[in-house]
Ligand binder design. Sequence first.
Ligand SMILES: Nc1ncnc2c1ncn2[C@@H]1O[C@H](COP(=O)(O)OP(=O)(O)O)[C@@H](O)[C@H]1O
Ligand SMILES: O=P(O)(O)O[C@H]1O[C@H](CO)[C@@H](O[C@H]2O[C@H](CO)[C@@H](O)[C@H](O)[C@H]2O)[C@H](O)[C@H]1O
Length: 494
Amino acid sequence: MSDTSRLRPTETTNTQAPPPFPAPGDRPGHGRAAAVAPPGLLRALTPYLLDWLPRQRWFAGKGRPIAGLALAGAEELLPVDGRLGTPGLLHLLVEVDQGQERRECYQLLLGTRAVLPSALAPALVGRPADGPLAGLAVYEALHDPRLAAVLLERLRSPGRAGPLRFAAEPGAAIPAGLPPRLSGVEQSNTSVVYGDTFILKVFRRVSPGLNPDVELALALSRAGCPRVAEPVAWYEAVGAHEEPATLGVLQRYLPGCQDGWTLALLAAGQGAHGVAGDFTGEARELGRATAEVHRALAGALPVAAWGHERIRLLAEAMTGRLDRAVLAVPELARYAPALRAVYAELAALGATGTTLTVQRVHGDLHLGQVLHTPGRGWVLIDFEGEPDRPLAERRRPQPPVQDVAAMLRSFDYVARFQDPEWPGAAAWAERHRTAFCDGYAERLGGDPRHTPVLLRAYETDKAVYEVVYEARHRPDWLAIPMAAIRRLSAAGGT
Ligand SMILES: Nc1ncnc2c1ncn2[C@@H]1O[C@H](COP(=O)(O)OP(=O)(O)O)[C@@H](O)[C@H]1O
Ligand SMILES: O=P(O)(O)O[C@H]1O[C@H](CO)[C@@H](O[C@H]2O[C@H](CO)[C@@H](O)[C@H](O)[C@H]2O)[C@H](O)[C@H]1O
């Protein structure tokens, strides 16, 4: 008999992280723990997690010291027992205290084995010397096809596993035994492809509430919109006091696709005689696809109108983001007065009696979030919104121009990627931005360029976000959004 009891939650109150880490206490955004592991589990893992977490691509708190860890959930999906000679599988929700008001909660899937095969050596997290995992190698479970297969099996048979709930679209046919492989493209989350038929995205940073990546993709798929990879199953953590937190989604895999960023760079690089190549046909098609998604979202989910006060609040929120960005990246400071003027113009727009139609949008649209597929043309993915914004904010309706502005920024990125100072960059970007807007207007009937004040405010807001994003994650790329900041701050009135 396996010794599963050693990892079963034995208490119904929060486990405190062992000294020297402080007790979790009441956690903003997470409330009480959904499940509690026995004392000793977190203590055993902590030294390894402190080293391993900050090295993960998806870990948002890089560069800030970790003051404490706490378990918000623990479930044994396969018995953890080295004597069995088979791998164990632990599902953990770990809260990380980095001295900020909001503690981030991360989803970890950890495998355990007495002997780790050499192919899994790069996935090693640590070998605790004592505690409930003593003598076992603890490693990233999604690297192990045997353990990735367990997740697919759970998704095939909806139901509960402790605090975890697995659900599937009615009628979804998910075959058994599809071979898993870890997706090479690791970004904000971790994805596993099953037999080129499905792709499972395991969300890393989680919080209570329905993740828009599931919510919007389901709404679009149920509305029959072909511009989305259909979700077929998902799983979530069910807490006692809060909305379930979405943990992962299984979607149809689109074989043979390529992302827009790769394609656009390729096209731009294929020009002759020093002139960058053309991507305007694809950009126009992408504008059409984006308009189709907006139209389908407006049909499936609530739409509202923003009047004066709400537009003023939007301008205020953008100004607040700028102020915080200036603190994070001081070289923005000299442009700040001109950028504030862009937002002031937006606030003034509300005073003229203008109303804006708002609806659910993608929220972080860029060329890396669109896949060109052999059968369907452009498909939009990753409806999570900007990962740094709280979930509730990402789920609020917004003017659809937000997505348009974000995609316009992406064409600017392509133009300046090789050389931020390339003299032809502005013209290349402008041609492709125009083509995208033409396609969008053609399909939707409304042209985003007809609200230039709003469009510029959103483009500015995005460029400010990108400055902070690049300063934090890819300092070598900072020159790209800074060039946009210079342009937008110099543009002046309408
Ligand atoms: N349905 C799909 N079919 C094929 N490939 C996909 C699909 N969804 C995502 N991908 C691939 O996985 C990558 C990451 O997906 P994404 O949803 O953006 O994850 P993340 O949230 O980690 O950024 C994409 O750039 C694409 O290469
Ligand atoms: O794809 P994510 O949801 O993780 O989005 C984040 O990372 C993006 C970069 O991978 C970042 O996008 C920025 O860089 C892109 C080129 O790599 C460019 O096409 C985008 O226009 C630009 O915003 C995105 O902002 C960030 O949220």
